[in-house]
Design a binder for this molecule. Structure first.
Ligand code: PEP
Ligand code: MG
Length: 443
């Protein structure tokens, strides 16, 4: 658990309240109840969560969306919302001062629309794996994972392609005229598989496998350290057909959207790169897919291919990466994890003590660590732009929506920050503060 565990990141992106890794809760699945200290709560009882502070309240506390949210979601007219009007004025002032662009992390057309309403100027991160979990998609995804050979994988990928294409087309439409950064598949494959129980039996039956065969596949995918394992671009290198399908879906969606009069600006991003050869390998597949789609459909799509910088080695070899990248995007969730050697999914258990005890000034997953992670960011920006002066550089880790970290991004010369749609206004204001602070310093 913790602020940048995937569950928390996804919940934040969707605007859902969530608490991840609350060690004070003892949950008993068998008894369908949980205990917090002396308080026992049974299945069906009301709870209220404050995702900002991590507090859990017994009972059903009355809540309502803020006035800003009501206007943004179309439930209240702006003309009858004085708080919203004040908010809009402040945002207008901010936009007049800031240099940093503000994008959003959004994975679906719906999230993209929310982001745009909050003033996002593009998408800085679309995590494509989140499109694979719904309805039939997870079945096709699982079929791909358990396939015995490339032919089997390709057959399953063919089923996923139209679904991805439809999502991308919806996102291009919501972001008409703005850049959309789409990241290739990132998480370890075992995350898509059931781990025992009835779901495993159903899956085995639907895939024509025995339970034992399925168990063998699941156990073969198990890793001791999945965060450092077979994930990121390592998937697309071992299974190039995945990258090929995703790139095809992006370009076909772009052509379809463009034919409907939408201005598309796809930016395809390769995750967890540690060496330029990985990026070169993936770039060649993406370019081949682009040429094929554009050749067959007869349309031209302007596009960029870039890399995430999520590993210290990527930052340290930024000069080499820049030769193959049209842009860099700092994935500071993983870059923090790998620079500190701290698991982002587990550190929540002891980090609060570190912060309370003054060992760390801040939780580095929440506030960007200037001394270490920040040094790598600055190094990569400098070395990348030495090789390619116009290199576009942004950030898409959770820090992109945190005010002090946004100030750092301004100082480091980034072009944009990208954050959850709901944090876009915070980032716009923080970017203006950073620009104002700089001009006050100049005077
Ligand atoms: C990151 O690592 O900062 C990032 C944006 O990718 P993810 O959170 O999906 O690992
Ligand atoms: Mg990452």
């Amino acid at each position: 658990g913790g602020m940048t565990s995937h569950a928390a990141v996804v919940a934040r992106g969707m605007g859902k309240c969530a608490i991840v890794g609350c060690t004070a809760l003892e949950i008993s699945h068998e008894q369908r109840q949980m205990r917090i200290g002396e308080v026992m709560i049974a299945e069906g009882d009301w709870l209220t969560l404050d995702g900002g502070t991590g507090r859990v309240f017994a009972g059903d506390l009355p809540t309502q969306p803020s006035e800003v949210m009501r206007v943004i979601s179309g439930q209240q007219p702006a003309s009858e919302a004085p708080i919203y009007q004040g908010f809009a004025t402040l945002m207008g002032w901010s936009d007049g001062y800031r240099r940093l662009k503000v994008r959003a992390n959004a994975d679906t057309p719906r999230d993209a629309r929310v982001a745009r309403n909050f003033g996002a100027e593009g998408i800085g991160l679309c995590r494509t794996e989140h499109m694979f979990f719904e309805g039939d998609r997870i079945t096709a995804m699982r079929e791909m994972i358990v396939a015995r050979d490339e032919g089997g994988r390709r057959r399953a990928l063919e089923k996923l392609l139209p679904m991805q294409r439809a999502d991308f087309e919806g996102i291009f439409q919501a972001m008409d005229g703005c850049p959309v950064t789409i990241r290739l598949l990132d998480p370890p494959l075992h995350e898509f598989l059931p781990h025992g129980g009835e779901e495993s039996s159903l899956l085995a039956a639907s895939l024509n496998l025995s339970r034992q065969e399925l168990a063998r596949v699941v156990s073969a995918l198990r890793e001791t350290n999945p965060m450092l394992g077979h994930r990121g671009c390592r998937l697309g290198i071992v299974y190039p057909e995945i990258t090929e399908m995703q790139a095809r879906a992006i370009f076909e969606a772009a052509v379809r959207a463009q034919r409907r009069g939408i201005e598309v600006r796809p930016e395809i991003m390769v995750p967890l790169v540690s060496d330029v050869t990985e990026l070169r390998h993936q770039r060649a597949i993406i370019e081949r897919a682009a040429d094929q789609v554009m050749g067959v459909m007869g349309d031209t799509i302007p596009y960029l291919i870039g890399t995430m910088i999520e590993l210290p080695r990527a930052a340290l070899t930024a000069d080499e990466l820049a030769t193959e990248a049209d842009f860099f995007s700092f994935g500071t969730n993983d870059l923090t994890q790998t620079t500190f050697g701290l698991s982002r999914d587990d550190a929540g258990r002891f980090l609060p003590q570190y912060v309370d005890g003054g060992i760390y000034e801040d939780d580095p997953f929440q506030v960007l660590d200037r001394k270490g992670v920040g040094k790598l960011v600055k190094w990569a920006v400098r070395d990348g732009r030495d090789v390619k002066p116009g290199l576009k550089v942004g950030i898409c880790g959770e820090h992109g929506g945190e005010p002090r970290s946004v100030a750092f991004c301004h100082e480091a010369g980034l072009d944009y920050v990208s954050c959850s749609p709901f944090r876009v206004p915070v980032a716009r204001l923080a970017a203006a503060h950073a620009a104002l602070a700089e001009s006050a310093g100049d005077r």
